[in-house]
Design a protein around this ligand. Structure first.
Ligand code: NAD
Ligand code: DAU
Length: 342
């Protein structure tokens, strides 16, 4: 594999993957296809060598552009998406357009030119799970975490469009022989994450003297993984995964939102109770939890960055030292949340 195309490579997770490939796989050239929406930022690729990484600004739903790029590449790794649940509740259309039509456009081009395709998806396609305390096996019994066999049951417009895109890929594998793999990962955290998302929103609130905002009671559980571990997992699946298979990516990082917020407050030297409870998210998924046994046992992947407190401390340091990266957007992001009392 000498030439790969990374869609959404100027976003949070896509840019981390581009940095990962440049660092560990010097033989590979990367073309980034990114529309540079509000979530994309050229600066996320700053410092990367121009002879290794080319940024093409464009839309994954632009069939002519996509075909021109795809026919000249060995593999496509598809990250581009509208990615934020709260936005999808306010205006679902861009989610349908990018996540469904965009994915369709990419897989049609890959099918036509017989190009290897990896589809980056989310654990949210499986819906949610009961809290551990309400389960007979306390979250460790059969069926108490998501596996590749868990039935799809998405809750939000965002997760429904991601589920739809996964199903398109599965159909293209079966009906057209598309050389595809799919990964469904849990919640990522790390540097360069947009400040609309939970962890960076709270860090940048504290840095801006705004009280952090917790939806509802904060009992909802997310299974946190450092984005560096997501990147190594995607590379492993791209290079070693079996065609047609789905691999779940997770690092056993379950925490409820209240615990995460209290840890951020502690690490930033604030009182534990210095936050506000705000309106809950409509249809708010209760708990996500990934069983990544298949990926670990079949492909030999293991996560490295599993000390959540240390990873969070590094993330806080990054947002503290990189105010120029987020400050200009902070006011608008908060004004948007305030419209929904969040
Ligand atoms: P992000 O919102 O930070 O970045 C998305 C990127 O896609 C941006 O650079 C944006 O400009 C680009 N983009 C959007 N629409 C486009 C279009 N029509 N054409 C070309 N580019 C377009 O998202 P993220 O959090 O980095 O997520 C990346 C992928 O990983 C998504 O597919 C998401 O569903 C998946 N994922 C995210 C998480 C998470 O915790 N954030 C977890 C699992 C899976
Ligand atoms: O599980 C993977 C998914 O994780 C990805 O597919 C999505 O792209 C990504 O955005 C993320 O979705 P979530 O909805 O879980 O992430 P978010 O950061 O929006 O919220 C995390 C939790 O924190 C969730 O339970 C809602 C809550 N929350 C969020 C915000 C923004 C708050 O309590 N307060 C907030 O201000």
């Amino acid at each position: 594999m000498k030439k790969i195309m990374v869609t959404g490579g100027a976003g949070f997770i896509g840019s981390n993957f581009v940095h990962y490939v440049v660092k560990y796989h010097p033989e590979v050239h990367v073309t980034v296809l990114d529309k540079l929406t509000y979530a994309g930022n050229k600066g996320n690729l700053a410092g990367l060598p121009e002879d290794r990484v080319q940024l093409v600004v464009g839309d994954i739903a632009d069939a002519e552009l996509v075909e021109r790029l795809v026919k000249d590449t060995d593999a496509v790794v598809h990250y581009a998406a509208e990615s934020h649940n709260d936005n999808s509740l306010k205006d679902p259309f861009p989610f349908v357009q990018t996540n469904i039509i965009g994915t369709y456009t990419l897989i049609e081009a890959c099918r036509k030119h017989d190009v290897r395709y990896h589809h980056v998806s989310t654990d949210e396609v499986y819906g949610d799970l009961p809290l551990r305390e309400d389960l007979p096996g306390h979250g460790e019994g059969p069926g108490e975490k998501f596996t590749a066999e868990t039935p799809y049951n998405p809750s939000s417009p965002y997760s429904a469009t991601k589920a739809g895109s996964d199903l398109l890929v599965r159909a293209w594998v079966r009906s057209f022989g598309l050389k595809a793999t799919i990964s469904n990962c849990s919640n990522n955290y790390g540097s360069y994450q947009h400040i609309e998302k939970f962890i960076p929103r709270q860090i940048t609130n504290i840095l801006s003297n705004i009280r952090p905002k917790l939806y509802g009671e904060g009992k909802n559980v997310r299974d946190w993984i450092h984005t560096n571990d997501h990147s190594s997992a995607v590379w492993t699946i791209l290079t070693k995964g079996r065609i047609g298979e789905t691999y779940l990516i997770g690092a056993d990082g379950e925490e409820n939102n209240k615990e995460v917020l209290e840890l951020i407050l502690e690490l930033m030297g604030q009182p534990k109770e210095a936050y506000d409870h705000v309106a809950d998210r409509a249809g708010h998924d209760l708990r996500y939890a990934i069983d990544s046994t298949k990926l670990r046992e079949e492909l030999g992947w293991t996560p490295e960055f599993t000390n959540f407190k240390a990873g969070l401390a590094d993330t806080i340091q990054w947002y503290t030292e990189n105010k120029a990266w987020w400050l200009a957007e902070k006011e608008a992001v908060e004004a948007n949340y305030a419209k929904n009392n969040q």
